[in-house]
Design a protein around this ligand. Structure first.
Ligand code: AVI
Length: 328
């Protein structure tokens, strides 16, 4: 197993905090207050997200497991056609889902190496360790950094054919235009024969979607409210968590799940690092996240607008989730 490649420039975290401060200041100054969902994932937020994935209501993770488990042979066959490839896993984390594919690919003796990419150095250290134990023959090149720094590095150091994984409906958290830009940027790093396996959450009973984002045990609420805890800790804010509530709203017309933090009372919140107070009317909202649910024609349109073709759609039995194999 190769040593970890660290492309992250932020050695002391100061740059991170400055960007966080800037984004919070921008977001809370708008008429519709917003906070960016990418800031959910600090240590506590990542732990809460792990818990979300185990909730009975959060069908996405179980459905994608089913998709990969059911279709792993076919997926592996598509990946290795033709020959050796680098399997690039964007946002690999603990790679729990990817391991299904890794096992299948190694058992069927497909020629490939595994390149997990994540901004969390800890996660990549750990994954390297566990893979070394669980799959000692697997060649792993873990990369710590942003997606596109990693793809850039791959372009220079690993020129063979690439199969990129972007699983877990992460594409759904981008704004409409952003998802196209993201896919276009990935496309630029790929050549003929390269592939992208994209995890997308599909349209379904609105009730099912809504419950997945307002679970009975309140884990998603804690996940959303943790954004305020993070502002309090990292930017010296004085948000009173008791005075905000989580609210999730699904619009079946546009297929967008929208999450909010709602101020229960009229209040002022001060953020020390920004030297600024923010006024909240009673029941004023902060928009914190969008989670898009797609129709298959929408996925096809998104793919073709970004320079990809749909090679094959893999779904679970209830057609709740799809992993869509795209080619350039
Ligand atoms: C990471 N992402 C795909 C999750 C989602 O379903 O949009 C984040 C999440 N937010 C609330 N629950 C889960």
């Amino acid at each position: 197993t190769a040593p970890l490649i660290n492309l992250s420039q932020k050695l002391d975290g100061t740059e991170d905090t400055a960007a966080f401060a800037r984004h919070v200041a921008e977001g809370l100054s708008q008429t519709q207050k917003t906070l960016l969902s990418r800031y959910f994932y600090d240590g506590q937020g990542s732990r809460l997200f792990q818990q979300i994935m185990e909730l009975p209501e959060y069908y996405l993770t179980r459905c994608e497991f089913e998709v990969l488990q059911t279709h792993k042979q076919a997926i592996a066959a598509h990946f290795s056609d033709p020959g050796f490839f680098h399997l690039v896993d964007l946002g690999a984390g603990d790679a729990l889902k990817t391991k299904i594919l890794l096992q299948e690919l190694t058992q069927s003796q497909k020629g490939f190496d595994y390149v997990p990419v994540d901004i969390s150095g800890d996660a990549m250290q750990q994954l390297r360790g566990t893979l070394q134990k669980e799959m000692p023959l697997l060649e792993v090149q873990a990369v710590v950094g942003e997606y596109f720094s990693a793809l850039d590095w791959m372009h220079q150091h690993k020129p063979d054919r690439k199969v990129v994984l972007f699983l877990g409906s992460n594409i759904g958290n981008f704004k409409e235009a952003e998802s196209q830009n993201f896919l276009r940027s990935v496309r630029r790093y790929l050549k003929a024969g390269d592939k992208l396996l994209l995890g997308v959450d599909l349209r379904k009973d609105p009730e099912t979607v809504l419950k997945a984002y307002s679970d009975a045990s309140g884990v998603t609420a804690a996940f959303n409210l943790n954004l305020l805890t993070r502002i309090n800790r990292e930017l010296g804010g004085n948000f009173n968590l008791e005075q905000f509530r989580h609210y999730a709203l699904y619009n079946p017309q546009d297929g967008v799940m929208r999450s909010f933090l709602v101020s229960k009372i009229e209040q002022e919140v001060h953020i020390g690092a920004l030297q600024q107070s923010y006024h909240f009317d009673a029941w004023e909202t902060i928009h914190t996240e969008n989670s898009h649910k797609y129709t298959l024609p929408q996925v096809e349109a998104l793919a073709s607008a970004s320079g990809f073709k749909v090679e094959k759609v893999f779904q679970d039995k209830q057609c709740r989730f799809a992993d869509v194999l795209l080619t350039v």
